[in-house]
Design a protein around this ligand. Structure first.
Ligand code: COA
Length: 384
């Protein structure tokens, strides 16, 4: 498959008290439109990832809100929801709309405004992505679920507390060079180990933050893209898979099956293998998440994620740089926007526009997870 990415745009990630939800989307969209060199009138459709406008800002029907406030009526606009994988799924839906032949130019975007409510409400809202009856009702939260996985990974494979911390230290280090990131603060392993306990063994600096933000990419058919650029980045593979929503229904909890299966589908469609990937943005909502991702996507063997992180293979300059943007951990995690923001970073890397975070890469990957793995979406990107 080949769908061209001809434009990308982001808002700064963080707290935006002074900006409305739709304005965040419009800001990211306007940057992407300008980057693509298209006109609003060229757009055929919008797909927008959003997890929970209803609970975070009391706003549903956000597809229409966004098309209207972007001045794009009567263009069709569709909201896509799969918890934290909503953005990745919006990207996949937009790519499929182009591959079907129905549309030539489509906006894939994502937006979330999470800081307008108190942390308690945010935590409860995020927990609606878990199984209400068997997990959330009994008090499980997402830090809690990932803490259970982390403990089991430590028990089965000897992954150390320090190795988890090293994921955070790396990603905070990368975010310093990303002007759109929420945090620009260098941290050490000791900082992580001394930060407040959230859900044992995960501490504050093992968790992604609560974030407002939006991201957009403009997709075009291969033919149409030629009108706007000589060197687009192409999406050459897309994979999506489902797994049990509850941890207790899984045969094992140290592997996220949806990640493995979405990865396999994306590799197959792109006709590449894990060893061909040269840069990746993966779902590090918690530090253990990045370790599960690099194992599940086949960058390292099962159980080797901790030692591989310690050896530095996922650092900028390492064998497979991971989360050069700062990842969800330090760039921020506006849940509905994250999957699209990951695509923005990979496109910048493949275009050679990632400035101080730049790596040498022709093939990149994005990996976006919904909940504790009920959904996973993987995309492969290649330089044109
Ligand atoms: N990483 C680093 N620093 C963080 C942080 C994080 N995840 N969360 C908050 N901070 C910082 C704030 O910037 C603030 O710093 P300051 O005092 O210098 O201004 C300080 O810690 C306190 O912030 P506050 O907003 O009071 O934190 P909180 O207690 O409300 O939230 C968590 C902390 C861990 C509960 C929250 O970040 C969280 O829920 N994260 C997980 C989000 C999640 O589950 N996403 C979905 C994944 S599937």
């Amino acid at each position: 498959m080949r769908v061209a990415v001809i434009g990308v745009g982001l808002t700064k990630f963080g707290e935006h008290w002074d900006t409305s939800f739709s304005r965040l989307f419009v800001e990211a969209g306007a940057r992407a439109i300008e980057d693509a060199g298209i006109d609003g009138g060229d757009i055929d459709a919008i797909y927008v990832g959003n997890m929970s406008g209803g609970r975070f800002i009391d706003q549903e029907h956000i597809s229409a809100l966004i098309a209207d406030h972007a001045g794009l009526n009567p263009v069709s606009s569709t909201r896509v929801e799969a918890a934290c994988a909503s953005g990745g799924l919006a990207l996949r839906s937009a790519a499929m709309a182009i591959l079907s032949g129905m549309h030539d130019i489509v906006v894939a975007g994502g937006v979330e405004k999470m800081t307008d409510v108190l942390t308690e409400r945010t935590t409860q809202t995020l927990a609606t992505a878990a199984d209400q009856e068997w997990e959330a009702f009994l008090g499980m939260t997402f830090p809690g679920l990932y803490a259970v996985i982390a403990r089991r990974h430590m028990y089965e494979f000897g992954t150390t507390r320090e190795q988890l911390a090293m994921v955070s230290v790396k990603n905070h280090g990368n975010a310093i060079h990303n002007p759109y990131a929420q945090f620009h603060r260098k941290i050490t392993v000791e900082d992580v180990l001394n930060s407040a306990m959230v859900a044992d063994p995960l501490r504050l600096l093992d968790c992604s933050p609560i974030t407002d933000g939006a991201a957009c990419v403009i997709l075009a058919s291969e033919e149409k893209a030629k009108e706007f650029t000589d060197s687009p980045v192409y999406i050459t593979g897309s994979g999506q898979a489902s797994s049990t929503i509850s941890l207790h229904d899984r045969e094992r909890i140290t592997v996220i099956d949806s990640t493995v299966n979405a990865g396999k589908e994306a590799y197959k469609r792109a006709n590449v293998e894990a060893k061909d990937i040269q840069v990746a943005e993966v779902h590090d909502a918690f530090t253990i998440g990045e370790i599960l991702a690099i194992e599940g996507l086949g960058f390292v063997e099962l159980g080797r994620g901790g030692p591989a992180t310690e050896e530095g293979i996922t650092q900028i300059g390492g064998k497979i740089p991971v989360n050069t943007s700062g990842g969800l951990k330090a760039k921020g995690h506006p849940v509905g926007a994250t999957g699209v923001a990951q695509a923005v970073e990979i496109v910048l890397q493949l275009r050679g526009e990632a400035e101080a975070r730049q790596v040498d890469a022709d093939i990149g990957l994005t990996h976006n997870v919904g909940g504790s793995g009920g959904t996973a979406v993987v995309h492969i990107f290649e330089k044109g």
